[in-house]
Design a protein around this ligand. Sequence first.
Ligand SMILES: [Zn+2]
Length: 105
Amino acid sequence: MTIKMRRLIVVVPIASILLLADFLALGEWLDRAGLIGWAQTIGTRHITGTAITVIAALLILLPSTPGSVRRTCVPTARCPVCDEDLRPGGRYCPACGSRIADRNS
Ligand SMILES: [Zn+2]
């Protein structure tokens, strides 16, 4: 058990108890600010059963992105000589042929 887990075991119950103890005050504050009434209005007008069904169907039907697409977000290394994109794991620049220093060290 790491020190992080021990801290979580202590902090989470204390924070939960403090939050639960002040739940009514939090609710009253949200009501005074008008957020509860606003949320009820939005909920009854716009978040109907049909809307929830359509959103759930879209989430189920949307294809998940394959790993190769996600990897494109990772910034690629560039050649220090000609600023060309480098292939992952490659030791030489494909454009100018200069040797690339080990990027993992
Ligand atoms: Zn190059």
